[in-house]
Design a protein around this ligand. Structure first.
Ligand code: SF4
Length: 322
């Protein structure tokens, strides 16, 4: 119960935080598919890395599977926002599954860049984290060998001659700041390196990381709302830690430990790109159950990016309306 005699906690909210346009689009694809086809629709992997989002869609009739062979013939099939290897697209075509692809357009853009560099004869280096769904998808979207690196040490260990023409592409959930050191190492080690403008890779990742730095500067403690398997959420927590602010990653208000707030005057809260707003509210509610809170949102950039839905879905929606 709140002790009203205790000093209140200032809660600062990062801006921007939470859902990005790619996540909004992916969720809308599943919801519209449920409306148009009726339940069940099948989703390969978590549509976005957030248990609450997945559970809510499951409650509406989405079935989440690991692989295509778990999907019955002719069943509507959705690929997650992280993208899939070409082999998965081809297997879906071979089985005649009606597919709606929720791959974020910014991830697709990385696939296109990779193919373009490979076609130009460059050896590809992907800056990203091994095992992440997006990295697996990207590596399987280019018909050429890709060297995966995540640190400058990985660059030093690449089995390539210094005059190899290199092109790098990056996982979208790494920001300009995350990739800077690796790109510098590539430029140092190789004579001829090309790559996209990394500031252009994903506006949402960059904006959330800039906002969390601003937030951490003003906070005694930082809470990031997001899933453990969400790469961009983990990175937001790491940034807080790097800035010397005790930082925690929680799924929701239940993950908040009331003892964290002893001697704390200001708590900063942000959320990864796949975490819905109501989870932030549940975190604030938990804090408010310990001490009175006053909540303020920081100033930040306004995001007005929207991605169009896949053409098949637009056509189906139009046909259903006629
Ligand atoms: Fe797309 Fe960026 Fe959101 Fe990933 S974080 S889904 S790349 S907008």
């Amino acid at each position: 119960m709140t002790d009203s005699s205790s000093p209140s906690i200032n809660v600062l909210l990062a801006n921007p935080r939470g859902f990005c346009a790619g996540v909004v689009r992916a969720i809308e694809i599943v919801e519209r598919a449920l409306d148009l086809y009726g339940a069940p629709v099948y989703v390969r992997h978590e549509i976005v890395h957030n248990r609450h989002v997945v559970d809510r869609l499951r409650g509406k009739g989405a079935i989440f599977v690991d692989e295509l062979d778990e999907i019955p013939p002719d069943a509507p099939t959705i690929f997650s926002a992280h993208g899939v290897p070409r082999s998965v697209q081809e297997a879906a075509v071979a089985r005649g599954l009606p597919v709606l692809d929720a791959t974020c357009p910014l991830v697709t853009k990385v696939h296109v860049q990779g193919r373009r560099y490979a076609k130009a004869g460059r050896t590809l280096v992907l800056i990203g984290h091994a095992g992440h769904a997006e990295v697996i998808g990207t590596m399987g979207q280019v018909d050429a060998p890709i060297h995966l690196v995540s640190t400058a040490d990985d660059v030093a260990a690449l089995p390539l001659a210094t005059d190899t023409p290199i092109a790098y592409i990056t996982q979208t959930t790494l920001s300009v700041d995350d990739t800077r050191g690796v790109i510098a190492a590539l430029n140092q080690r190789f004579d001829d390196v090309q790559g996209p403008d990394v500031a252009d890779i994903c506006y949402a990742t960059q904006n959330r990381q800039t906002a969390v730095r601003d937030l951490a500067r003003q906070s005694d403690l930082l809470i990031v709302v997001g899933a453990r398997n969400s790469s961009n959420s983990s990175r937001l927590r790491e940034i807080g830690d790097e800035m010397g602010v005790p930082s925690y990653l929680v799924d929701d208000g239940d993950g908040v430990d009331p003892t964290w707030f002893d001697g704390v005057a200001t708590v900063g809260i942000t959320a990864g790109a796949s975490a819905p707003d109501e989870l932030i509210e549940s975190v604030i509610a938990t804090i408010a159950s310990v001490r009175p809170v006053s909540v303020k949102q920081l100033d930040g950039v306004t995001e007005d990016i929207e991605f169009t839905l896949p053409p098949q879905l637009r056509n189906l929606t139009r046909a259903a309306a006629e």
